[in-house]
Design a protein around this ligand. Structure first.
Ligand SMILES: *Cc1c(COP(=O)(O)O)cnc(C)c1O
Length: 358
């Protein structure tokens, strides 16, 4: 085990929220992890500090020119222990996002160790109810106060923690209504679609608002060149069950390589399902639906894990999938996935990583 990092304690701890009213991303724990970068020292001063406002230059480049990347993962509590789920994958990915925005790489091991120390301090904040978890948000942004357009010489990495309720509010899986966006695009070839950058979300909000106003839960994005091939949904990757086979769009540079996507592929193969990663056109899906071959659709992402899709609207065409009910394969994958996360099922792949007591 590693050395303990600096820990700046607060005078009084917060009152913990009622576990039945957690929702998502509303409450934050007592502490956060902080790590600074400047051009002379590199990354330095890794520490646990009280969660609270930070001082930042009004000219900070992150605000003006958008050098800002983030991650999302979860911690679960069971039998008195706290586990992280595949955390190394998130720190590998943050380095890919950082590289794309010409921001400095972090030492994945050092930051992961800092996160474990933070979660160890905050273990009482990890909720234990069905489907509940501690949502973990690492992020890095440019802090240099200068308006010239060039990569910043200073950055801050923070990790904040938010106890979160079950995505489905304890109920069973709830199929969503999806609007296939045929006007705006999320990402283009050669762009930043594969990186988890703040700007991708800014670019997606208008389409999401338009879809919500028409009664849809999420937007399904098509490719940015031909607007013909399916890419992903909101903040989730997407899977289809066609003729009993799982099909998901192949990673092409404009799709975010989800860790849940990767895990679902591995899990599905272990459970004996066939999985194809390839281009999937929206026309193919509608045709498959008309022939009765498109039996299930679901999204994958850290927040919901697996989210069934009950309806898709593309132009004038509206299709209902599996009678707007959660399909058998979707449910099976969800049960296995969440079973492993929550410690109810064995974890032969070693996806759960125990947070040590420092
Ligand atoms: C984070 C994210 C996902 C899902 O990634 P996970 O690692 O599975 O949480 C999918 N699409 C976008 C655009 C994302 O930002």
């Amino acid at each position: 085990m590693s050395e303990k990092i600096k820990f700046v304690q607060r005078e009084t701890l917060k009152e913990k929220p009622d576990p039945s009213e957690l929702g998502f991303g509303k409450y934050f724990t007592d502490y956060m992890l902080s790590f600074d970068y400047d051009i002379d020292q590199g990354w330095h001063d890794l520490k646990i500090v009280p969660y609270g406002p930070i001082e930042i230059s009004p000219a900070a480049q992150g605000i003006h020119y958008g050098q800002s990347v983030f991650e999302g993962l979860k911690a679960y509590k069971h039998n008195g222990e706290v586990d992280l789920f595949r955390p190394s994958e998130n720190f590998k990915r943050i380095n890919k996002s950082l590289a794309r925005l010409d921001m400095p790489q972090v030492d994945e091991e050092v930051v992961l160790d800092g996160l474990k120390q933070l979660v160890d301090v905050e273990r009482d904040w990890v909720p234990e109810g069905e489907g509940q978890s501690l949502y973990i948000r690492p992020y890095v942004f440019a802090t240099e106060g200068i308006l010239g357009v060039r990569p910043s010489y200073s950055y801050k990495l923070l990790i904040i923690l938010s106890p979160s309720g079950s995505y489905y509010g304890g109920a069973s899986l709830n199929p969503t209504k999806i609007y296939v966006e045929d006007q705006y695009v999320r990402a283009v070839r050669g762009g930043v679609g594969y990186a988890k950058v703040a700007g991708n979300y800014a670019a997606s909000l208008l389409a999401q608002s338009n879809a919500s106003a028409q009664g849809y839960d999420q937007v399904l994005w098509l490719d940015g060149v031909e607007q013909k091939y399916v890419e992903e949904v909101g903040s989730m990757n997407i899977f289809f069950v066609e003729n009993g086979k799982l099909v998901t769009p192949e990673l092409n540079g404009s799709i975010l390589p989800g860790i849940t996507r990767k895990t679902v592929i591995e899990l599905a193969q272990n459970l004996g399902y066939e999985v194809e990663e390839r281009k999937v056109s929206i026309d193919e899906l509608i045709e498959a639906h008309n022939k009765g071959e498109l039996t299930e659709v679901f999204g994958t992402g850290t927040a919901a894990v697996i989210s069934p899709v009950g309806q898709l609207k593309y132009g004038e065409t509206e299709i209902v999938i599996n009678n707007n009910e959660t399909g058998e394969i979707t449910q099976n994958l969800y049960d296995h996935y969440t079973g492993i996360q929550s410690g109810k099922l064995d974890d032969p792949q070693g996806w759960r990583v125990v947070v040590p007591r420092y």
